[in-house]
Design a protein around this ligand. Sequence first.
Ligand code: ADP
Ligand code: MG
Length: 247
Amino acid sequence: MSTQSDTIVDIQGLNKWFGALHVLKNVDLTVGSGTRVVVCGPSGSGKSTLIRCINGLETYQQGTLRLAGTMLGLNARETAAARRQTGMVFQSFNLFPHLTVLSNCTLALRRVAGRSRAEAEDIAMAHLEKVRIPEKAKSYPGQLSGGQQQRVAIARALCLNPRIMLFDEPTSALDPEMIKEVLDVMVALARDGMTMVCVTHEMGFAREVADQVVFMDGGCILDSASSRDFFGSAGHPRSRLFLEKIL
Ligand code: ADP
Ligand code: MG
């Protein structure tokens, strides 16, 4: 049983609509500090919407969502502070094309965290080393492969020292030979104890690092189990059917 202080995400009875479309239906999810949750499920099931709610990119209409102890959406200043505890990595990298790799990483450190150029560059280089791409610091995103860009996006998110990293299908846009280099970085992050919520269909990754696997369909969490149970015989029939299709 987790206590308030070691629960980073606490979602109870979350409901969200886009107009008439009910996209999240009574979603409950808690993410403890230092744990890894993998979210999977068919396209359109609400995975991105859920992860976007967690970092405050989307609002919701019913239920409660606490991030790092703050109820999102009640108070603008507190919500903004809680959002800064998250790092987000998207399928499409979302690097600034006109900035070098280093400047992509230092931008928020300088503008949001108020670091000097020298401090920001030291922090950024340390994270670029962690994702094994320091030699590209002076390159522009367009000069990098997809796998390299995604590793930079991960380094950029890490620069602000988030308490939780959110990944939305980080390898789905990559050629197969680049998937591993990104997953290797994510596995290393998990081993370092980073709290992570990852939307992914990389089930090898899920088996290796997930403490909990969540299966969504039609806006509902249909199955939520330890990785061992999820991939074992105890899984929900609907998630087993899904696994059979993608594995
Ligand atoms: P997933 O990530 O599992 O593929 P999404 O969360 O992206 O699913 O989408 C869930 C449902 O919400 C889909 O039917 C999608 O078309 C719809 N949807 C997503 N974003 C919006 C939006 N901004 N406006 C209206 N409908 C949306
Ligand atoms: Mg999605």
